[in-house]
Design a binder for this molecule. Structure first.
Ligand SMILES: C[S@@+](CC[C@H](N)C(=O)[O-])C[C@H]1O[C@@H](n2cnc3c(N)ncnc32)[C@H](O)[C@@H]1O
Length: 349
């Protein structure tokens, strides 16, 4: 190459710009996409058991042809530094890939998948959606990935559940948007007399929760239903209603009515525990909020003051907001259903 050609490219400034973009954006994006695909298809998990050749990987994936294309994809994983290959046998190379393949890091793996599959698209498509009027729908997200990634905050939510649950005596719990069912399991482990109804809007999520709860030996204490929170009939009153990580599945203007409905499902003196990422937190939760703002069913992450006011307007008393994760806008809100209807009316007047 002539020196003058290099000088021309440099003078326009486009070559240095391209090199800097490749380093700061393209490579991390490629890495994240590769890792998500490899996790989703179980390739990292398979390789965590030892080196495998492409035939063994293809067999595990149920791929019958196109071995050369599978190798091309695996070789890019090598180029990205996530895999290594010796004598045609692939193995995990990066610390990241090894860590993500461990079952105990499943929530982090799911969070990475959530970023790539849901956060990137909303940032990428937001202006086009505004132009066309298109909106995201519930089917644009994968309920089981979300249920898994939500487990990142599990220890903090368990502490919030511990703060409101009586440890002895019969307790009836209603959990709204139960996801995998882990918080119902935690509540059941804290109080052996607790029984619960767990609902989720999405068929496959409710089915997964039912299977999990049965596997945890709780089928006789927890009834799982596919249901819409807005339509739960008030045929039964509960001691505790819990809503974890799902208030933003409801438009902001719907929330007071929803909360009032939740209150109508509580016994006098019963409590609502609501936990949520709120506005003003880390970048990932802000992008999550953007996703729900662009959804045809959801709304922004709640503002802490506004949500506490909505609870008050819904008739709750003794409302307490608490930050669950130091330095983060991840909060719990607890409100009580007044002991008599008159008390609620007084608060509302
Ligand atoms: C982010 S996930 C959280 C799952 C679980 N609570 C957790 O924290 O692991 C939110 C859940 O709320 C459910 N959901 C959304 N809208 C709902 C509605 N109207 N009624 C019942 N469940 C709903 C979704 O299907 C989803 O499983």
């Amino acid at each position: 190459m002539k020196f003058s050609t290099l000088a021309k490219a440099n003078a326009a400034g486009s070559l240095p710009l391209l090199l800097s973009l490749a380093k700061s954006f393209a490579t991390p994006l490629y890495r994240a996409s590769f890792l998500v695909a490899a996790l989703d298809k179980g390739v990292l998990q398979q390789l965590s058991g030892g080196a495998r050749d492409a035939d063994a990987i293809a067999e595990a994936l149920g791929i019958t042809g196109h071995r050369e294309l599978l190798c091309a994809w695996l070789d890019l994983g090598v180029r990205l530094g996530e895999l290594a290959v010796t004598d045609g046998r692939y193995r995990l190379a990066s610390r990241r890939a090894k860590a993500l393949a461990r079952p105990r890091n499943d929530a982090v793996a799911a969070a990475l998948e959530e970023v790539v599959r849901f956060h990137f698209p909303v940032l990428l498509n937001a202006p086009a959606m505004l132009q066309s009027g298109a909106r995201l729908t519930m089917s644009d997200q994968d309920g089981s990935i979300i249920a898994r990634s939500s487990r990142i905050v599990q220890p903090f939510l368990e502490e919030a559940v511990e703060g409101v649950l009586a440890r002895t005596g019969p307790v009836r719990l209603l959990e709204i948007g139960c996801g995998s069912g882990i918080y119902v399991r935690h509540a059941a482990s804290l109080n052996p007399e607790l029984t619960a109804v767990a609902i989720d809007y999405q068929d496959e999520v409710a089915a997964e929760a039912a299977a999990n709860l049965a596997q945890w030996g709780l089928a006789d204490r927890v009834e799982v239903k596919r249901a819409d929170a807005r339509k739960v009939a008030d045929t039964e009153r509960f001691d505790l209603v819990t809503m974890h990580n799902n208030i933003y599945y409801f438009a902001a203007h719907e929330r007071t009515e929803l909360l009032a409905h939740m209150r109508s499902l509580l016994k006098p003196g019963g409590r609502l525990l609501l936990t949520s990422a709120c506005k003003g937190g880390n970048l990932s939760t802000e992008v999550l909020g953007l996703w729900f703002e662009f959804a045809d069913f959801g709304g922004p992450l709640p503002d802490t003051t506004e949500l506490a006011l909505q609870m008050k307007d819904a008739g709750f008393t003794d409302i307490q907001m608490r930050r669950l994760i130091p330095g983060e806008q991840f909060c719990s809100f607890v409100g009580r259903n007044p002991s008599s209807a008159t008390a609620a009316e007084e608060r509302l007047s």
